[in-house]
Design a protein around this ligand. Structure first.
Ligand code: NDP
Length: 271
């Protein structure tokens, strides 16, 4: 299964997250190896942000993708307090420098802050015109925030996993109509979900790990891209193999029983 962005690119439905990556010097080599292993296994989307470790994540990603930039669909994010006209340009240049590249495939507003979204989008469009970014999008935008966005948004990156199903009720249908794919962050609920004995039992019955079951479930509709963070090669490879797991209706029903969606819309949650 692949995900198509409105501006054309088609990418695998599982990518690589990098929050907290690069923070511990002793772990750097393994983290770099994990990103490279993920890329080798076909997980081409790499998600980072200027916020992560004050640029340490972007620097580590830059090292991991050096010499193979064209294999990567690179996503970074600008902080809301840098999201005015001059700030966006400055933040983007700094991200490009840390990442060792001349372009981002996708640049997101990390969450909505005090700067009018029109100003941020105009700044994104100027970067697009200059070729510094190929597309722009948002993160942590709920339905009513989206309604205020000018046309051209390529994604909304939001918290989504089996215990965070709120967006299925209101946000996802709106994005689907506009053919805007979702990027699901913290798809493993930062690993807290994986110890659930009922989940483990169901995963065992499929010959899969709990992480693989959750990832296959998150991307099941074909318009959601999951970006699990993996700091070890073993995790990266396990997550890549989740692409081969397809879930039949019985499994989906069991997941609904284990992790029911809310009955009524809930405000978008954030981590
Ligand atoms: P995830 O839900 O991706 O969970 C990461 C945790 O799961 C880590 O502890 C990791 O361990 C573990 N893990 C990964 N793969 C496996 C596996 N196969 N088996 C067992 N454990 C596994 O959490 P994140 O919060 O990191 O979310 C993913 C990414 O989404 C972030 O890294 C970031 O890029 C993005 N994000 C965006 C946000 C936004 O506001 N836009 C907010 C939060 C995240 P280990 O590290 O040891 O591999």
């Amino acid at each position: 299964m692949n995900i198509r962005f409105p501006h054309g690119p088609v990418v695998p439905e599982i990518g690589i997250g990098t929050w907290f990556v690069g923070d511990v010097p002793a772990r750097r080599d393994e983290e770099i190896a994990a990103i490279r292993a993920g890329l080798d296994a076909g997980l081409s989307v790499v998600d980072t942000a200027e916020m992560y470790g004050d640029g340490r994540s972007e620097r580590l990603v830059g090292e991991a993708i050096a010499g193979r930039r064209d294999d990567v669909f690179l996503v970074s994010k600008v902080l809301p307090h840098h999201a005015d006209a001059a700030g966006v340009r400055r933040a983007a240049q700094q991200s490009l420098q840390r990442l060792g590249t001349d372009r981002l495939d996708l640049y997101l507003l990390h969450w909505r802050g005090g700067v009018p979204v029109d100003e941020t989008v105009a700044a994104f469009e100027r970067l697009q015109g200059d070729g510094d970014i190929l597309a722009w999008g948002v993160s942590n935008f709920d339905t009513e925030d989206l309604a205020e966005l000018p046309a051209g948004c390529a994604t909304d990156q939001v918290l989504y996993n089996p215990i965070r199903r709120g967006p299925e009720l209101d946000l996802f249908p709106v994005l689907r109509v506009q053919q805007i794919p979702v990027m699901a962050y913290s798809p493993l609920e930062q690993a807290r979900l994986l110890d659930d004995p009922r989940l483990r039992e169901l995963a065992d019955s499929l010959g899969a790990s709990p992480a693989q079951l959750v990832l296959a479930w998150v991307v099941r509709t074909g318009d959601v891209l999951a970006i699990p963070k993996a700091a070890t090669v073993a995790h990266a490879l396990e997550n890549a193999t989740a692409r081969e797991l397809s879930l039949d209706d019985d499994v989906l029903t069991e997941m609904d029983e284990l992790f029911p969606a809310p009955r009524h819309p809930v405000p978008l949650e954030m981590l």
